[in-house]
Design a protein around this ligand. Structure first.
Ligand SMILES: *Cc1c(COP(=O)(O)O)cnc(C)c1O
Length: 469
């Protein structure tokens, strides 16, 4: 499989190089040159497979030529073996033909584990073969950092540096990062905000002299391997609800458009998906596009669903590429103009094409809490605020009551106690067994000033399993 850039100028790469690449050299994002397409018979034959075996069948075409089948099978068995639930991604029924796909049974209790547990293992596999070491740098407002650290903690060939804003992530989120002790794990609390952290990552990619030749790798949501891993659970859920002989709808709590883009790909690979709902919080740039063809940048509004607090959606460009007939020059022109003006609209027929599949809703904090309280009252089931936004949007936007509606349950409610408290339910969510002693565990973290040089010095002094590069 070869991968091409959404802006049409960067060289095509194979899977291994895409895994190690961040943005393409022309500023675009990598996508498969040809998407695999499965037949109805093939998909039907996968019903009932264990998660890791289904994952092998769905993802095999994407890694073909780079990872041997036997190695890939072993990696997948290990990856999904660490999930707490035997079904890996269990479905819970909420109402008539309405389901939550629980994607929070992994080590850090959010769906990002599906991709980052796999990414860490794939990186280590490829790097061992190459005899190479890399440094990962990432910025997090919470969920990504812990999932990335958990995914990389056993990697022989990776040192990971995760920056979070000092005193600005929740205690559960901080402890999920800082209690993972390993000489290749480096938590940095920056005396600044999330944007400061992200700027330092960007600046480090732009000028890598401080790394003395060591390769820098990104694990943010534009990494192709993350999208790829997320395609699998759409197949897994739909198969249990009657696909490929029955269509299924999905409602997806969305920030950077990564998770829902994976659902779009699943559909283009042959899965009968009749509707995809973009569920956003007040940071609603995607809702503005889907409802009125206005992808206009706004300021950031902090919300009770912080993992969806974004100003622009980094993976949206991948959808634009398809909407423009995979014309890289057209996408490059659009993105250049978006960069200059902060606004973007597409031609009417392209927007209509998107609307055949996608619907959307923006849900504010008040309505999020009302949904948590409402569902808890109806069923006793406790939603996290991100998933609650998905449920609300599913109920508002649903096209067919006859088809199953699956809401992606992106996080465990214990990660976001503030929203649950504000919903006024009373009972606080409890940590699951494997994290029960989280508040007693030893923490390790370095506090650094909001200063690029200080951070880069730190990385070069510790980037080789705690020793200098
Ligand atoms: C990251 C995250 C999201 C948003 O996912 P995208 O791929 O950025 O759309 C939603 N919910 C939770 C809990 C998350 O951690």
């Amino acid at each position: 499989m070869r991968y091409i850039s959404t802006r049409g100028q960067a060289p095509a790469l194979n899977f291994e190089d895409v895994l190690l690449a961040g943005l393409a050299s022309d500023g675009g994002l990598y996508v498969p040159e040809n998407l695999p397409r499965f037949t109805v018979e093939e998909i039907a034959s996968w019903a009932g497979l264990p998660y890791h075996e289904l994952a092998f069948r769905v993802m095999r075409p994407f890694v073909a030529g780079c990872i041997a089948d036997a190695d890939f099978k072993k990696i997948l068995e290990e990856t999904y073996g660490v999930f707490a639930h035997k079904a890996v991604a269990p479905l819970t029924q909420l109402g008539a033909n309405e389901w939550v796909l629980e994607l929070f049974q992994g080590p850090t209790l959010a769906f990002k584990d599906f991709a980052l547990q796999l990414l860490g293992r794939l990186l280590d596999h490829v790097l061992t073969r190459r005899g190479e070491r890399v440094v990962i740098m990432g910025a997090t407002s919470g969920d990504t950092g812990s999932a990335a650290i958990e995914g990389c903690k056993a990697c022989e060939n990776v040192d990971i540096f995760i920056m979070h804003p000092h005193n600005r992530v929740s205690e559960v989120q901080r402890r999920q990062m800082t209690t993972i002790l390993g000489d290749n794990i480096h938590n940095i609390a920056i005396e600044g905000n999330f944007d400061d952290c992200q700027e330092m990552v960007k600046a480090s990619f732009a000028d890598q002299g401080f790394l003395k030749g060591t390769r820098l790798v990104a694990v943010n949501s534009i990494n192709w391997a993350r999208i790829m891993a997320q395609i699998v659970y759409y197949f897994h859920a739909a198969l249990q609800l009657g696909a490929p002989y029955r269509s299924v709808a999905f409602s997806v709590p969305t920030g950077n458009f990564g998770d829902i883009f994976a659902g779009y790909l699943a559909r283009n690979m042959g899965l009968p998906v009749n509707q995809l709902i973009v569920a956003t919080n007040r940071n609603d740039i995607l809702h503005r596009f889907m409802s009125g063809n206005r992808y206009d940048k706004d300021t950031l509004h902090p919300s009770l669903s912080p993992s969806m607090d974004i100003m622009v959606s980094s993976n949206f460009e991948r959808l634009l590429f398809d909407l423009h007939g995979r014309n890289g020059a057209a996408v490059a022109a659009l993105m250049d103009s978006f960069k200059a003006t902060g606004r973007l609209a597409v031609e009417d027929d392209r927007w209509t094409e998107a609307r055949r599949l996608f619907d959307s809703l923006a849900v504010d904090d008040e309505s999020t809490c009302a949904t948590i309280a409402g569902v808890h009252g109806e069923t006793g089931y406790l939603l996290d605020p991100h998933t609650a936004i998905g449920v609300k949007a599913a109920r508002e936007c649903r096209r067919s009551l006859a088809l199953p509606m699956v809401v992606l349950g992106t996080a465990h409610p214990v990660k976001f106690p503030e929203a649950v408290e504000k919903a006024g339910i009373g009972a606080a969510p409890q940590l699951p067994a494997h994290l029960a002693d989280l508040f007693q565990r030893e923490e390790r973290c370095s506090v650094l000033p909001n200063d690029l040089k200080a951070v880069q010095d730190f990385v070069s002094r510790h980037g080789n399993r705690g020793k200098p590069l």
